[in-house]
Design a protein around this ligand. Structure first.
Ligand SMILES: [Zn+2]
Length: 369
């Protein structure tokens, strides 16, 4: 892969760039909708492209268990198998293993876990997750890491951070020359652990650096502090990725701190459960106040949902549990995130990022409206 920085903001660390990958190009800063099982829930690849999605993420843990690496490999690649034909980043699944499987045990040389589908036992090593991701031709693969919940004791965070570095070293060793592999910086909320991890991972050398284990319940201020700290240590020519950062206000803040990639389940999960992101903040469509509201979901949005349907109708779909409701809200939410990133890039390009940032903060309500 190649990463080209096209413009840097004068007033902050924000920058726009382009990542050139086997299945296409990605303009950064970019938001990657999550397609855990090889599908961005309820959306067809045609719709994703219509919205302007340039890259999605998928999850190795889920794909390995079902349909299995061999099936995807025979399907050509993950991108071809799911008929997206654009870049796909795969996460190795440390986070999912930790959150889904109560029967996980972290060994010296990998993670042993029981399948959440049939209870069978499996073992992920730093080496085999790279091999699997190479087999399914992910555009970007992630190293196996240990992601702990928040809050976590210092010593436990230290062990996880150090093990993640050790595994990253093994992953780098086994990967083929042309495979794009990102490492993950762990260390919870402890700056000294984050510093040690970032420096050691820089010594090993990766195509991109992800900051993991944040936005798990700590205050946004603390998350920003850690992102700023790590981003400052990562040379600017490297791709910086903050994992799991998904509220628009958090994305904007992390862009300001020099972040290039984001992923989060928020737009899709919230879309399915009836919460829409709008230019003024989030709304719950089922609320009674929308019963006779014939205005669009977001008056400032020109997506298919907002151009054609009223809040009253969308509310009706959710109340009647019709499948079109989650589809239309997911469509709008992804559109909202993709347009937000486009506007951010445009603002940086025109040297108006500071202005955009201030306007957004004035207009957008962090709380439900
Ligand atoms: Zn819309």
């Amino acid at each position: 892969m190649r990463f080209l920085i096209e413009k840097e903001s004068k007033s902050s660390q924000a920058r726009i760039g382009k990542i050139i990958l086997p299945h296409g190009e990605v303009e950064t800063p970019a938001f990657m909708p999550v397609g855990t099982q090889g599908t961005v829930k309820t959306m067809s690849p045609k719709e994703l492209k219509e919205i302007g999605v340039q890259i999605i993420t998928a999850n190795l843990y889920h794909l390995y268990l079902r349909p299995g690496i061999e099936v995807i490999e025979k399907g050509g690649s993950i991108s071809e198998f799911i008929s997206f034909h654009r870049p796909v980043l795969t996460d190795s699944g440390g986070f999912q293993i930790a959150s889904l499987s109560p029967l996980i045990s972290i060994k010296d040389d990998g993670i042993q876990f029981k399948s959440h589908i049939d209870g069978s036992t499996h073992f992920f090593t730093p080496e085999n997750v790279v091999i699997y991701q190479e087999k399914i031709k992910s555009d970007i693969g992630m190293c196996l890491d240990i992601c702990l919940p928040y809050p976590v004791e210092y010593n436990e965070a230290k062990r996880a951070s150090e093990k993640t570095i050790e595994w990253a070293k093994k992953s780098k060793k086994i990967k083929s020359e042309e495979f794009n592999l990102f490492c993950i910086i762990q260390g919870a909320t402890y700056l000294d652990l984050r510093e040690k991890a970032t420096k050691e991972l820089l010594d090993i050398g990766f195509d991109g650096y992800a900051i993991g284990g944040l936005f798990l319940g700590e205050t946004p201020k603390l998350s920003y502090e850690i992102v700023a700290f790590c981003n400052n240590l990562i040379p600017k020519e490297k791709v910086r990725y903050v994992m799991g950062c998904g509220y628009p206000e958090d994305i904007l803040e992390c862009v300001k701190l020099g972040t290039d990639l984001f992923d989060c389940v928020l737009p899709t999960r919230n879309g399915r459960t009836g919460t829409a992101f709008t230019s003024e903040g989030r709304i719950i469509i089922k609320n009674a106040k929308f019963e006779k509201d014939f205005s669009p979901l977001d008056p400032n949005c020109d997506c298919y949902t907002c151009q054609n349907f009223s809040r009253a109708y969308l509310r009706h779909l959710f109340i009647s549990e019709e499948i079109l409701g989650p589809r239309l809200l997911t469509y709008h939410n992804i559109y909202f995130f993709i347009k937000l990133m486009e506007k951010i890039r445009e603002a940086i390009l025109k040297d108006q990022f500071e202005e955009f940032y201030n306007n957004f903060k004035r207009q957008y309500n962090r709380n439900l409206i």
